[in-house]
Ligand binder design. Structure first.
Ligand code: ZN
Length: 486
């Protein structure tokens, strides 16, 4: 089946043609490891995971790189003030009284625990920017030699007007970018054009106390040995080249990266290598909270830990992410997450209750092949996971299929959905029933004795909504905790 995907570069849905048959070179911009990643970041990374899984499902050999930015990402970079502000790693280091390296390690560990909890596959490479400074310096040197970059006393800049079609990804007008960049405070009077962006910062001026620095072959009158640190954008260009080559199949990130970060990555890479950098650009939309932009200042930039603290299992977040397309905004509410958790639990119950085949397995029915094709088609049409999830549900509820067929289809689909449907824990009767549940059980028993079945049903639903399940037996009501993972 041919995969069709929306390419930001052409603004069209295109048929995917790999550089090499059945191989995928995929670079996903990873987190800046100075703080806990919020669930909005986790959504973007889950979308990347679903895309990798889709390629694997279709038999591709995937080479997936997701980096860690542990130097050079300034606080101004994402608010339209490129090249300005403080290095986020240093901000984190000051906040916690640790070295930038210890901060990076702490948040890498936390990030890896979070991504494991929502079942993201391990990328093939997880490079840290600080380990590729040599490659970044080599790239910047080439750019100077080729006349695309220049040195000032504060930094080395890429001269955007030297690169034809600087705005091919964002489709913005260069004049407007220059005008907008000129509105802000120009941090460097020697900068030729306000829109030029930094490839290397010297350890001077606002960065004179920078904690992570390296010597370089670049020249500034204010520092010895060109000492300084790389700009954020050059990091991805250098790491992707080192690990995947000069041209990639796919490059992904959040839509906020289109006008600056990814635009600059294309410019640097293509100017250095003289080759097309990326064939297909994918961008995921944002996660909203209560229909508003997530904001740390409003306390809505929730972490996975906060989700767990509210009584949800991490996998319910993954299920929630599956219900919206990566190019759509998704609105997070606690109510929506509750529904996702209930959906996941119901799916587990249904799968766990499927009977093992008693007779030797029949050959697959025509209907089951058809559903498998439909599932594949949904994936191949720009990674339509909500549709794929709906097909999984349709199969599960379809009486034409034997239990065995259902199970084999669902487990096949789960290679992409990643809900760990083969790791469902067996049902266990609860020995210590919580007091509030006991009370509800008594009320239900009373309603049943009075033959008020509508009321008894209400109590059952209430108990279920609290994560429990009741089974009526000759010894009375038995309570089970809803199924979790093994
Ligand atoms: Zn990047």
């Amino acid at each position: 089946m041919n995969i069709r995907l929306y390419n930001t570069l052409s603004k069209k849905v295109e048929e995917f043609a790999p550089l090499e048959p059945n191989k995928l070179r995929f670079y996903h911009c990873g987190p800046t490891v100075y703080w806990t990643q919020h669930i909005g970041n986790l959504r973007g990374l889950t979308m990347g995971d679903l895309i990798v899984r889709t390629f694997k499902y279709f038999g591709f050999e995937t080479n997936h790189v997701r980096n860690y930015t542990d130097v050079g990402h300034l606080t101004g970079d994402t608010i339209g003030l490129a090249d300005q502000g403080e290095d986020r790693m240093e901000k984190g280091a000051k906040r916690e009284g640790l070295s930038p390296d210890a901060i990076a390690q702490k948040y890498i560990d936390q990030f890896e625990a979070d991504t494991k909890a929502i079942n993201l596959l391990e990328p093939d490479f997880k490079p840290r920017a600080t380990q590729y400074v040599k490659q970044m310096i080599a790239m910047v040197k080439t750019l100077i030699d080729k006349g695309f970059a220049y040195e000032t006393d504060l930094a080395v800049y890429f001269e955007v007007e030297k690169f034809p079609d600087y705005t091919k990804l964002s489709k913005q007008k260069l004049e407007k970018i220059i005008k907008d960049a000129g509105k802000g405070e120009i941090s460097d009077p020697q900068k030729k054009n306000p829109a030029d962006f930094a490839l290397w910062f010297f350890k001077t001026g606002v960065h004179k106390n920078a904690l992570q620095t390296w010597p370089s072959p670049f020249h500034s009158k204010q520092v010895e040995s060109g000492i300084g640190f790389p700009g954020w954008h050059i990091e991805c260009s250098a790491m992707s080249k080192a690990l995947l080559g000069e041209t990639l199949d796919l490059h992904m990130g959040g839509i906020e990266h289109i006008p600056i970060h990814h635009t600059n990555e294309i410019t640097q890479s293509e100017a250095t290598n003289g080759k097309k950098f990326v064939n297909y650009w994918l961008h995921n939309e944002h996660l909203l909270v209560e229909n508003k932009k997530m904001a740390k200042s409003e306390g809505t930039a929730y972490s996975l830990q906060e989700v767990v603290d509210k009584g949800f299992e991490p996998m319910s977040l993954r299920y929630f992410f599956l219900t919206a397309h990566y190019r759509s905004k998704q609105n997070f509410t606690w109510e929506a997450l509750k529904n996702a958790q209930a959906g996941l639990q119901e799916m587990r119950e249904k799968i766990a209750n499927l009977k093992a085949p008693t007779k030797p397995q029949k050959t697959k029915s025509e209907g089951s092949e058809k559903e498998k094709t439909e599932f594949g088609k949904a994936l191949a049409e720009d990674f339509n996971l909500p549709k794929a999830l709906a097909i999984a549900w349709k199969v599960l509820k379809d009486n034409r299929f034997s239990d065995d067929e259902k199970k084999s289809l669902l487990l096949d689909f789960d290679r992409v959905l990643g809900l760990k449907l083969d790791e469902i824990a067996p049902k266990q009767e609860l020995k210590n029933v919580p007091e509030n549940i006991k009370l509800l059980l008594e009320q239900r028993e009373k309603a049943r004795k009075e033959k008020n079945f509508a009321k008894s049903d209400e109590f059952r639903k209430k108990i279920e909504s609290l994560g429990f399940e009741i089974q009526d037996s000759s010894q009375g009501q038995k309570v089970y905790k809803k199924r979790t993972l093994q």
